[in-house]
Write a protein of this length. Structure first.
Length: 375
């Protein structure tokens, strides 16, 4: 049978496009994934304690994108959840993003007040200042604070996470967690912050439950590209893999998630604790906080970061440097020359996308495809 679309990858990008193409365009779709499950890196499952575990690391949905929130609300009910993260520094636990509460925890009251006043003299209340920008400050007091935050929160975490210092990586990366001139301890400030009430996998299952969509798991594109007949291709894997790595490999960071079960009700007070300066792992996630699961046991994961190697581990984070972006651009230009082939998602677009960015990008591609069909 000939499909209208072959979609490679059953993550956010693949499932969103399959759903839209089947429901709106009424076309036939085959969606394949070499993993044995749908959901891509958002995949979750319920363990024997009734706790939903995010197999590929903590996933907290947050967005200001109204269209994405409305789109997903067709497929899931939500459990409202506001993510709070504590960083362990010098035997203290301070909220990150580093905010006024963090300042008062880390410094004696008098000095904390001077930092607070100086910050409010230079910047607006509620503003967010990337650490690399704050470090450029010529005010000695702000410089002192910036150096402290840089050294205690960013430097070693970033070296562990990326194998690079904050100055060596694209500044958008550390700007994700800016110094926040507020008393709000939330990790995010988006309008919508929630977790699908039955988990992410259940949401994706509902999205692709359609007679026009055929799902094939444990199926690698490389093995089937000659034997599946299709008119158009949507590729959500690595763009360089599609081109058989002809210009070389793009660099990624990978992670090892080491799960531990503990015979206590709670291991830590919040879902996520970061360890910039202690231990080899970067953060510890306790999963039961996300959906408020009840159990007398708990499950945590410790995240160890490493370089991605093909065949050994999964590519999780594009490493954004001038060099890697230039190489990606070469592949992108080559991709643009192809007809009826679309590259989409965190790997194929080589972008550090949050979930809502990925949904938005997929919905935008769908609009483009729809226009091609003149609907
Ligand atoms: P993926 O989820 O990577 O899906 C691509 C799929 O394609 C995979 O299932 C893969 O198996 C398959 N595939 C690849 N190549 C082939 C091939 N050749 N043949 C067959 N199948 C193939 N975002 C947030 O908003 N909040 C968070 O808290 C958050 N936490 C994160 C934590 C971690 C550790 C990571 C890595 C990401 C996190 N994200 C978070 C980002 C989120 O995971 C991504 O935005 C999203 O998963 C990207 O979806 P995708 O469809 O582009 O890619
Ligand atoms: N970061 C840091 N210390 C922290 C939290 C974040 O240095 O306690 C930096 C680090 O470089 C990290 C980046 O900010 O990779 C982005 O953090 P985020 O929590 O958004 O990472 P993700 O959840 O995507 O892994």
């Amino acid at each position: 049978m000939k499909y209208d679309f072959l979609i490679v990858g059953a993550g956010i990008s693949g499932c969103t496009l399959a759903e839209r193409i089947a429901n709106v365009l009424n076309k036939r779709v085959c969606i394949i994934d070499f993993r044995d499950h749908i959901g891509g890196n958002c995949y979750d499952y319920k363990d024997e304690n009734g706790i939903i575990i995010h197999k590929y690391g903590p996933h907290v949905f947050h967005t200001n994108k109204e269209e994405v929130w409305q789109y997903l609300s067709q497929f899931t009910k939500w459990h409202l959840y506001f993510h709070k993260v504590l960083a362990h520094i010098d035997n203290l636990e301070v909220p990150v993003p580093f905010n006024f509460n963090s300042i008062y925890k880390a410094f004696p009251k008098g000095l904390a007040r001077r930092f607070e006043n100086k910050l409010l003299e230079k910047f607006e209340y509620n503003s967010k200042i990337p650490i690399l920008e704050l470090r450029k400050s010529d005010d000695p007091l702000l410089k002192l604070l910036a150096d402290y935050v840089f050294e205690k929160i960013f430097l070693n975490y970033t070296i562990k996470q990326w194998g690079l210092s904050p100055d060596e990586i694209d500044e958008s990366v550390t700007a994700r967690i800016p110094v926040f001139l507020s008393r709000d301890d939330g990790y995010f400030q988006d309008k919508y912050q929630a977790i699908p009430a039955e988990g992410y996998t259940a949401m994706f299952k509902k999205m692709i439950d359609h007679p026009n969509i055929e799902l094939r798991l444990n199926t690698n594109y490389t093995d089937v590209r000659e034997c599946i007949e299709f008119d158009r291709l949507i590729f959500t894997g690595k763009i360089e893999e599609y081109f058989d790595f002809k210009h070389g490999e793009l660099p990624y960071r990978s992670l090892d998630f080491r799960l531990e079960q503990h015979n206590v009700e709670y291991f830590q007070s919040v879902a996520q604790k970061n360890y910039p300066n202690n231990f080899d792992f970067t953060r510890v996630t306790e999963y039961k906080h996300f959906l408020n699961a009840k159990s007398d046991k708990t499950v945590i994961s410790k995240e160890y970061s490493m370089q991605h190697k093909i065949g050994e581990n999964d590519p999780y984070y594009p490493i954004l440097t001038d060099e890697s972006l230039a190489l990606y651009d070469t592949y992108k230009r080559e991709g643009e020359k192809l007809e009826k082939v679309y590259f989409i998602g965190r790997l194929a677009e080589y972008k550090y996308y949050n979930m809502d960015d990925t949904f938005q990008s997929s919905l935008a591609l769908f609009d483009k495809i729809k226009a091609e069909f003149d609907v």
